[in-house]
Design a protein around this ligand. Structure first.
Ligand SMILES: [Zn+2]
Length: 215
């Protein structure tokens, strides 16, 4: 089977997102871009994640054309393809409808940096891409344009999208955004919330890139 290992990894992450409650039911979608072939392994449309087999994951090219698999790929396949097209550094994407991030997205408000990991891992405040209907090229283009060089973006009245140099990092970024969305909401309720200054955010990003994790 083409890219069997990567297909299994996509299933593992989708199941993890479900058990971590980052997505209700079968919402959201997950993909890996294979470094060697450039092909994308993406979750199928509307199938229960816990029942997926590697053969249910659809392999598409960068244009979204199915190369291998019998299932209909996610309706957001273009969202993934166009995000990959604009970001040669990205090899994993997680699109979730996690509750707190989506609440910010429904207000079209960017999540400010009050926790260091948002600057370090995401690259700054989590901006919000303007609304477009789900599953459209218009949505794909808006998200691909607005994410810039950051590792996550909110999608107005919809959800959030996180990217990474692999799918585990993309997943970690999706978790960080959800946690930041929650913490920021609580901090606003407490009152007197302080944001981290832009220059400090740049420092934190630099430090994270240079020093974080095992080398
Ligand atoms: Zn969605």
């Amino acid at each position: 089977m083409l890219l069997q290992e990567q297909r299994q990894k996509v299933i593992d992450i989708a199941c993890r997102a479900q058990s971590d409650k980052l997505i209700p039911l079968t919402m959201g979608n997950f993909s890996i871009r294979d470094k060697e072939t450039g092909l994308i392994c993406i979750t199928p449309s509307g199938m229960e994640y816990s029942l997926l087999k590697p053969s249910d994951i659809v392999v598409v090219d960068l244009m979204g054309v199915t190369i291998d698999g019998n299932r209909k790929p996610s309706i957001e396949t273009q969202l993934h393809c166009r995000t990959y097209a604009g970001r040669p550094d990205v090899f994993g994407i997680c699109h979730t409808h996690s509750v707190f991030a989506t609440a910010w997205a429904c207000c079209n408000k960017e999540i400010p940096v009050i926790v260091a990991e948002l600057a370090g891992m995401i690259g700054g405040p989590v901006r919000c891409a303007p609304y477009a209907p789900m599953g459209t090229i218009e949505l794909a283009d808006k998200v691909a344009k607005h994410i810039g060089s950051n590792n996550a973006i909110l999608m107005e009245n919809h959800g959030m999208l996180a990217v990474g140099e692999d799918i585990e990092k993309a997943y970690g970024n999706a978790v960080i955004v959800e946690e930041a969305a929650k913490i920021t909401l609580y901090a606003m309720q407490i009152g007197g919330m302080k944001t981290i200054a832009d220059q400090e955010c740049k420092e934190l990003r630099k430090q994270t890139i240079e020093n974080y994790g095992q080398k």
